[in-house]
Design a binder for this molecule. Structure first.
Ligand SMILES: C[S@@+](CC[C@H](N)C(=O)[O-])C[C@H]1O[C@@H](n2cnc3c(N)ncnc32)[C@H](O)[C@@H]1O
Length: 289
């Protein structure tokens, strides 16, 4: 796309970009080229197909080139486009937040299956707000709270709550620190869970662009589960549920943590790829004081 005098139609731009992005190691290069061009022309993908022979003007080419260059450096498509769909809702994403993953939707599904009568809900590590907003939409009578250690992530969560017309009580702090004395019917969390030594092996989109504070789960990846499972009983109502997302091969050790802290009705649930993705359990019985 360097020769200025050439005529670059939508068809030609897409063909060139598919090849270029594929060379840079990007799967689904054609589809990504279409998303990037759609954003640059403010035209949906069907529009691209029906206007294949339309030439791009210099401004359109410049805007598109900038986006392609970012993607070629392996910046995630979602940060370039500024959004990601989750549970059928469109979320703003910036480099301050983890990009919502479809695998996480099973956490929302299980929470709604088990605790559809929850009146008070807490999401620890709220990030973009995807889980908290999806739960708030599905449980309009519930009061939903979210905690994150990152002020920048909370700003994104606040905009996503406003975008979807839900009220979420957002607080900055570590785990349960801002919540002394508060109890919830349902606590959910998708905490950082990548073992520290594995961070360097992640694909560049994740390793170089997503916030490390959303990924690093300590030496064995289980650091946050130890803290959350130990502290959750003091913040769960009688019969309340704790549900956490887990990484590959973590369901066993995390279930053991739940059992060691007296949780009942412990279960695991798989994501659509057949990987154990959620561990849950009910608040341990409270001993008389
Ligand atoms: C894996 S991301 C999950 C984000 C979002 N809930 C989702 O599922 O896409 C984990 C989140 O935990 C936050 N976090 C990391 N350490 C924390 C801590 N000590 N207390 C509260 N939140 C923390 C990160 O800032 C990040 O937003």
């Amino acid at each position: 796309m360097a020769i200025n005098r050439e005529i670059w139609t939508i068809r030609k731009v897409l063909e060139w970009t598919r090849g270029y992005l594929a060379e840079k190691g990007i799967d689904n290069a054609r589809l990504e080229a279409e998303w990037l061009l759609s954003a640059s022309l403010a035209m949906d993908r069907v529009g691209l197909y029906v206007n294949f022979d339309q030439p791009l003007n210099q401004d359109e080419l410049a805007a598109f080139r900038g986006r392609v260059a970012r993607r070629a450096r392996r910046e995630p498509l979602q940060y370039i486009l500024g959004s990601q769909e989750f549970c059928g809702l469109d979320f703003e994403v910036t480099p301050a937040v983890l990009i919502p993953r479809h695998d996480t939707e099973v956490l929302v599904t299980e929470a709604l299956r088990l605790a559809s009568d929850a009146k008070t809900v807490l999401d620890i590590g709220v990030g973009s707000g995807c889980i908290a907003v999806a739960l708030a939409k599905a449980l309009p009578a519930a009061t939903v709270s979210g905690i994150d250690a990152s002020a920048a992530a909370l700003a994104v969560a606040r905009r996503n709550a406003a975008r979807h017309g839900v009220d979420i009580a957002l607080s900055e702090g570590s785990l349960f620190a801002p919540l002394a004395g508060q109890r919830f019917d349902l606590i959910v969390s998708n905490p950082p869970y990548i073992p520290s030594a594995d961070l360097a092996t992640l694909q560049p989109e994740v390793r170089e662009f997503e916030p490390v504070t959303a990924l690093d789960g300590g030496p064995d990846g289980l650091e946050f589960y130890r803290l959350i499972v130990a502290e959750a009983p003091a913040h769960l109502a009688v019969g309340g549920w704790l549900l956490v997302e887990v990484g590959i091969d973590q369901a066993g050790p995390v279930t053991a943590l739940f059992a060691a802290h007296g949780f009942g009705d412990c279960f695991t649930a798989k994501d659509p790829n057949g990987i154990e993705r959620v561990v849950g359990g009910r608040a341990p019985e409270r001993r008389p004081q």
